[in-house]
Design a protein around this ligand. Structure first.
Ligand code: BGC
Length: 776
């Protein structure tokens, strides 16, 4: 009896996943080989306007949620439904208007892009965004959103940087975990992507990323490792590129040895769309699901199992992981969805998040916030009237509206100069009418170039500088999937943009009036050549659908800016540590084109910058940036005091405590950034590495907050290739807490008496060539 009781109680405590695993095994054992393999290959994709060359795709269930990126195969006889996956990552990407259903709309919230969310340095807020985003996933009947995305901002020209968080793996990992936890709290899944080292769009499909084991582990894998540990996402998406000679989707060492065995990932791996080339190698690597799925892939896998070159055990295991995912999905659970998420409530959250990630880069003589006497605003720059909520490509969300800067200012009760407004609006509509009409697919991968900047003549500027109280100028940038940005007229401002800032600056400064520049951009640009003409610069990134309202909140001081850069703004492009090796080496013999007609050159990119990405480089090599990592101004001031360490000697962990006080006149939030300088032992170490960050609550003038950080052994460790392990060297470590990577307010030291091997790893993904890596 006693035993029976014990047995039945323990049954109650069997974790859901364990029961699910057994059920998955059982279901797979009941499948025919054809069913199993069908499950491992997605149901295909219908790209409007694109000739799929004789329908290489398996099937079409795109009607389940129109505009979704793909679906998995269903086996009704076993109760296995089709599940739906949809982009991601700045919100749910689905068709807003459905054929034969014109009475309803299916808009989703365009959230602030990841680069902005990272600039909040506020993981709680990002989790809230995730909760609301995940609610839309659920309410629109989608099972998995294809995001968040966390590739590293290796180079400012990366076309998809707006979808990614930061140049730093800790921020990328923490933000991803927060977002995943928020989204998945709704009972829907995420797919963290693109795993891994997919840091450029130029020839993303066949480029071979050559990278050292140390840089791979410390920079390009670290964020994924943190995200797996802290959020265990339902799925991971492998990337398109090769790493050290192997397609990531075909690399057992990456997807099984590292991801599953070392890090303990329990979920499903899917390919990026049409990624990789050998379905059998993908199966063997542990890439369970091939998306969106083609008939040819299915046949190749079936043939391989039938002729014995692919062990049926492999396909069984992959299918079990797929079924396990399906058993947890809303489609399987028949979760009721309304198709009516509360978009209004979500817009309010999007506005709060957008405000918190905006970065005040410059504020000379308190040009901002706009004073009470400011009534009439002269607003310049095409983008002020045609604001950019997010980037292009699969990361583009179909939102119902975007509030422009001028709308936001009007909503806040300001008078926007009508004459200038009409000129811009007329110019923009006539220029847009001249642009070529492109098909869905053409504009997806190759959107029309930005409109030429409208030229404002000097007599108008003279008049307006008299009539208006202040001038605002917006500089806009957009980019996305399929191509990287350029230096000319993109990283660097165009001549017309520079002339606009200069002429407006001259005219308004002559009348003793201020000029504010708003940067509505998704990636880093050059600022030094023009910043002297502006009294204030506000980096608003691509802030989602509530854009203009959020910018107005910052400009008028309704909310005090508290965003901090999560990627460095260099003085010039040549200063970027990867400038020489990005986007890679061209091989004249590679003349063919790959998927979707993409060029197969440059065929190789060697990460010669090694671990010196972003501030790790600028700080270690004393290269002064325009705005450093972690930088951002406020309308108030903060004092950092009383840094104390729990011990002078490290033993398993150390706590660091600090007090932050608002010493200014208005309420505000500050970020405590904890950097560690490690002793140079066997390896060279970056001057500083971020190991923790905490955003304060809203501190009233005079109010303080005490913050505590815990530093663990793994925070001290570097990846030592010789012993294939994370090792913390013995010596003196400096804990530096500051408001940016260059503005350290307090420092304290501790010692590690003996070297610690924190984690032993597998010797895998070794480059086959010598890399001429940057060293100090
Ligand atoms: C992108 C992925 C995206 C997928 C599905 C690919 O082209 O690289 O990020 O999730 O398409 O749309």
């Amino acid at each position: 009896m006693k035993y029976l009781l014990f047995f039945s109680i323990s049954l109650l405590f069997i974790p859901a996943t364990f029961a699910q695993t057994n059920k998955a095994k059982d279901l797979v054992s009941k499948m025919t080989l054809d069913e199993k393999v069908s499950l491992l290959v997605g149901m295909g994709m219908n790209i409007p306007g694109m000739n799929m060359g004789g329908a290489p795709v398996v099937g079409q269930t795109m009607d389940k949620v129109p505009g979704a990126a793909g679906t998995t195969f269903g086996i009704p006889r076993l109760g296995i439904p089709n599940t739906v996956v949809s982009d991601g990552p700045a919100g749910l990407r689905i068709e807003p208007i459905r054929k034969n259903d014109s009475s309803k709309t299916y808009y989703a919230t365009a959230w602030p892009v990841a680069t902005l969310l990272a600039s909040t340095w506020n993981t709680n807020l990002v989790e809230q965004v995730g909760k609301a985003m995940g609610n839309e996933v659920k309410e629109y009947g989608v099972d998995v959103i294809l995001g968040p995305a966390l590739n590293i901002h290796r180079n400012p020209l990366g076309g998809r940087n707006f979808e990614y968080f930061s140049e730093d793996p800790l921020i990328s990992g923490k933000m991803t975990a927060a977002m995943v936890n928020g989204i998945e709290a709704n009972g829907v899944g995420t797919s963290i992507k693109h795993f891994a080292a997919n840091n450029q769009e130029t020839n993303r499909n066949t480029v071979n990323t050559i990278v050292s084991e140390r840089a791979l582990r410390e920079i390009y894998l670290k964020g994924f490792q943190i995200a797996i540990k802290e959020s265990q996402p339902w799925t991971v998406m492998s990337s398109y590129n090769y790493i050290n000679g192997k397609y990531t989707s075909e690399d057992y060492d990456l997807l099984t040895t590292i991801l599953r065995k070392e890090w303990g990932f329990k979920g499903l791996v899917m390919t990026d769309w049409f990624g990789g080339k050998d379905p059998v190698a993908q199966m063997k690597a542990g890439n369970d699901l091939l998306m969106p799925g083609t008939a040819a892939q299915k046949k190749t896998i079936l043939d391989a199992v039938n002729n014995g070159t692919l062990n049926a055990k492999v396909t069984d295991e992959n299918a079990e992981r797929l079924v396990e995912y399906i058993l947890g999905s809303p489609s399987y659970k028949k979760t009721v969805f309304t198709n009516k998420p509360d978009l209004k409530a979500h817009a309010a959250i999007a506005r709060v998040a957008a405000i918190e990630g905006m970065v005040l880069l410059k504020n000379e003589a308190s040009a901002l916030p706009l004073g009470k006497s400011t009534k009439n605003i002269a607003v310049f720059g095409n983008t002020s009237y045609d604001f950019i909520s997010g980037g292009t490509g699969s990361g583009d969300v179909n939102e119902a509206y975007t509030i422009s800067l001028v709308q936001g200012l009007s909503n806040a009760g300001y008078h926007v100069d009508e004459e200038i407004k009409n000129m811009y609006n007329n110019f923009i509509s006539s220029e847009k009418a001249k642009q070529p009409q492109k098909s869905f697919f053409e504009s997806f991968m190759n959107p029309n170039p930005p409109l030429p900047e409208f030229t404002v003549d000097n007599s108008l500027l003279l008049k307006k500088s008299t009539e208006s109280d202040i001038a605002l100028i917006t500089i806009g940038r957009n980019a996305g999937e399929g191509r990287d940005r350029k230096t000319e007229n993109d990283f660097y401002l165009s001549d017309a943009e520079k002339a606009l800032i200069k002429n407006v600056g001259d005219a308004f400064h002559a009348k003793n009036k201020k000029v504010v520049v708003v940067l509505n951009i998704g990636g880093v640009i050059e600022t030094v050549s023009w910043k002297d003409n502006a009294d204030a610069i506000v980096l608003v990134w691509q802030p989602g659908l509530e854009a203009g309202n959020a910018v107005a909140d910052i400009l008028i001081g309704k909310v005090n800016p508290s965003g901090k850069l999560a990627s460095t703004f260099p003085l010039k492009y040549e200063d970027v540590p990867s400038a020489k090796s990005f986007p890679g080496k061209e091989f004249p013999e590679k003349t063919t084109t790959g998927n979707f007609g993409m060029k197969m050159n440059p065929a190789e990119v060697t990460y010669e910058d090694g671990i010196y990405v972003g501030y790790r480089y600028y700080n270690s090599f004393h290269v002064k940036p325009a705005f450093e990592f972690g930088y951002g101004l406020s309308y108030t001031d903060f004092k950092f005091s009383n840094l104390t360490l729990s011990s002078k000697t490290f033993d398993k962990k150390i706590r660091a405590a600090i007090t932050i006080t608002n010493t200014g006149k208005v309420a505000g939030k500050e970020v405590a950034q904890l950097y560690i300088s490690a002793p140079t032992g066997k390896l060279d170490k970056p001057a500083e590495e971020l190991k923790g960050f905490v955003k304060t609550g809203l501190l009233q003038p005079g109010q303080s907050e005490n913050i505590t950080f815990t530093i663990n052994a793994e925070d001290l460790a570097s990846f030592n290739t010789d012993v294939t392990a994370w090792v913390a060297d013995a010596g003196t470590y400096a804990v530096k807490i500051g408001s940016s990577s260059a503005n350290i307010k307090q420092t304290a030291n501790f010692n590690l008496l003996k070297e610690v091997v924190v984690e032993k790893c597998n010797k895998v993904m070794v480059p086959q060539v010598t890399i001429n890596e940057l060293h100090q």
